[in-house]
Design a protein around this ligand. Structure first.
Ligand code: XMP
Ligand code: MG
Length: 180
C-alpha cells in the first residue's frame, strides 16, 4: 500500500523543526543556570528527544531513557502501565524533564511522573510533542507542548503504528480504516 493511502500529512519537516526550536527556547530560558536531566520515553520520543537535545544549551544537561508499556501492538491503551526500563542515572534531588511523543489518556505519564517523584526528583516536568486532551483519563497536563491535536492516530517522526512508520521524517494522521 502506498503511504498516501495510509495517512495524511499533519506536520512537515519544517514545521517539526520550528516546533522543536520553540520548545527548546522555552526550556533553555526556564532552566537557565539550573541542573537538568532529560528523560526520553522510548521508543516514540527517540527522534524528538534527539532533535530537542541538540537545541538545549543548559550546561551539563544529561540524557536518560525510560520505557513503559500501556499500549499493546495496536492503538488501544490498556491503562495498565508497566515500567519496562527505568532510568540509569540518579534523579534524587535533580530537575527532571520527561520528553514524550504524545500525551493521550495520561496513564503512561502520570505513572512515570509519580515514579520519578518517588525516587526523590526535585522537580518533574513534562514535554510532549503532541497532546490529545480530549482523551484524558488522568488529571495531568504537559509543561511544554508542541501541538494540541484532536483524537487522531498519528505516525512518523518516531511515532508508530504496530512498530511501523517511525522512520518517516514528517508526521501523518493514520486513516481510521487502517486501525479500526
Ligand atoms: P497514554 O494513553 O498512556 O498513552 O497517555 C501514551 C502513549 O500512547 C501512545 N500513543 C500513540 N502512539 N500515535 C502513536 O504512535 C498516536 O496517535 C498515539 N496516541 C497514543 C504513545 O506511545 C504514547 O507514549
Ligand atoms: Mg510512546
Amino acid at each position: 500500500m502506498l503511504h498516501k493511502d495510509v495517512f495524511e500529512e499533519l506536520m512537515n519537516e519544517e514545521e517539526l523543526d520550528k516546533t522543536v526550536s520553540d520548545i527548546a527556547a522555552r526550556i533553555n530560558a526556564d532552566y537557565d543556570g539550573k541542573e537538568l536531566v532529560i528523560v526520553g520515553i522510548l521508543k516514540g520520543s527517540a527522534i524528538f528527544v534527539a532533535d530537542l537535545l541538540r537545541k538545549i544549551t543548559i550546561e551539563g544537561v544529561q540524557l536518560d531513557f525510560m520505557q513503559a508499556s500501556s499500549y499493546g501492538s495496536g492503538s488501544v491503551s490498556s491503562g495498565n502501565v508497566r515500567i519496562v526500563k527505568d532510568v540509569s542515572c540518579n534523579v534524587k534531588e535533580r530537575n527532571v524533564l520527561i520528553v514524550e511523543d504524545i500525551l493521550d489518556t495520561g496513564n503512561t505519564l502520570s505513572h512515570i511522573k509519580e515514579h520519578l517523584l518517588s525516587k526523590g526528583a526535585a522537580s518533574v516536568r513534562i514535554c510532549t510533542l503532541f497532546d490529545k486532551p480530549g482523551r484524558r483519563k488522568k488529571p495531568i497536563t504537559a509543561d511544554y507542548t508542541g501541538k494540541v491535536i484532536d483524537d487522531l492516530f498519528v505516525v512518523g517522526y518516531g511515532l508508530d503504528y504496530s512498530e511501523r512508520y517511525r522512520n518517516l521524517p514528517y508526521v501523518g494522521v493514520l486513516k481510521a480504516e487502517i486501525y479500526s
